[in-house]
Design a protein around this ligand. Sequence first.
Ligand code: SAH
Ligand code: SF4
Ligand code: F3S
Length: 484
Amino acid sequence: MNETAHNKKLFIETVGCQMNVLDSELVVAALRQDGYELTPSMKEADTILFNTCSVREHAEEKIYSQLGRLKYSKDARPNLVIGVMGCMAQKDQKIIFRRAPHVDLIVGTGQLAEIPRLIDESRKGEKRQMAVSLGRKDGSRLEVSSSFQSYDPLRDPEMRPSPHQAFVRIMFGCDKFCTYCVVPTTRGPEQSRQPSDIRRESEALAAQGVKEITLLGQTVNSYKHTEEGRLYRMSDLLESLHDIEGIQRIKFVTNYPKDMTDDLLQAIRDLPKVSHYLHVPLQHGCDDMLKKMKRGYTVAEYRDMMHRIRETIPGVSVSSDFIVGFCGESDEAHQKSMDVVREFRFKNSFIFKYSERSGTKAADNYPDDIPDDVKKARNNEMLTLQNAISAEDNADFIGRTVEVLVEGPSKNAVKAEQNRPSNAGPDQLVGRSRCDRIVVFNGNPRLIGTIAHVSVQDCTPTTLMGNIVTQTHQHGSNMLPILQ
Ligand code: SAH
Ligand code: SF4
Ligand code: F3S
């Protein structure tokens, strides 16, 4: 152990979206190079980082209450460094010092590369370090964009949920300014990364054993970048990543309905490694609400897009996000959202109660007038409907065979492992079908990271359960009906 080891134990907690999961991975990689090691215990750590989310109030309140509790630890251990990074840091800035005076650093989403230096300064006694990017109105577009620094992608396999899966950022920020949403402020202007950088990073991940990459952007299908005189759209980017050896599957989230172009749908259909899964949030089923949200499309336009998607890519799964209880949402408006859930049969929907965010257009212009119990009831009603639809659609898979990229032991298997001898029968594995359905089955752990064929026997609203199929017939009429 070297002499500084006592102050190089890092605890990091990550909340929010996949962007944050990726950011934490990058920060941990940088800190490890500086000699830090991760600890799962806050008590053992001498550096504690919270990677935060501002999208709903609840997420922020949870962090503030954790910070509050840490005051006593800080009093007892003055050498402890506490940092708040990510979206809340960019949004609340100095307010965090006011609400939690024992916080040492505040680092916005566009300044993460500064973290190792700021921790050092803080430990040397320079308290209250802050690095944030410019606000959206605090300079020219170029100035604001460049204040959200891109982060050199040092990757750390140990921080990934599974060694075979990795996120790759293709875009920063968002320019859509939906009226309820804080992300354009916390993540800054929309910027697409260079295709050659994305490819290089994906190749490096493949060399580390990654089999599945998920391309990330707030509106990933709005991707556009001109490099050496050639314009790359999302479809071109998918094509250029498709031949990377070792990568077996490519996914991308989240899509913006207005930018779902035919060239992209055709690329998804024609490129075998691309997942047949599209997360395209509709947010609401009522045109007046969509307009108030400034989503830029009507339900009829979304319906046209849905028809194009389903015509072009048979067997595709589509999932959505919905907000219930948005400003002025009447019972009729809510029922329209229920109608579209029924009509579009999403694989799953993420349903959120509207949470007013200061600084957004909705907070400035429309009262948050739906009581919380009504929001809750609408949320539950929609969730019940969506679950019934997911269960029905999953039941259609029973008796069919799906192609599964095996991710690892299933969560149940991990729990059971703690209570049984290691050689007690086959392992329960989990993976996803090409249309992104979760599939659980018994099999040899050697299958992890490969594509397996699983015959589906049973299901829940969220999971297909089945048995591994040994494929003996590769040709002719005996071939198994391999589904998405
Ligand atoms: N860029 C993605 C989503 C980012 S936020 C997209 O545009 O689809 C993830 C989800 O959180 C959104 O799709 C929306 O459904 C929800 N959300 C965003 N702001 C919210 C707010 N103020 N209250 C409740 N839900 C919100
Ligand atoms: Fe927020 Fe809308 Fe941008 Fe999505 S597209 S991040 S909901 S502003
Ligand atoms: Fe939250 Fe920021 Fe993601 S606000 S949803 S962590 S972009």
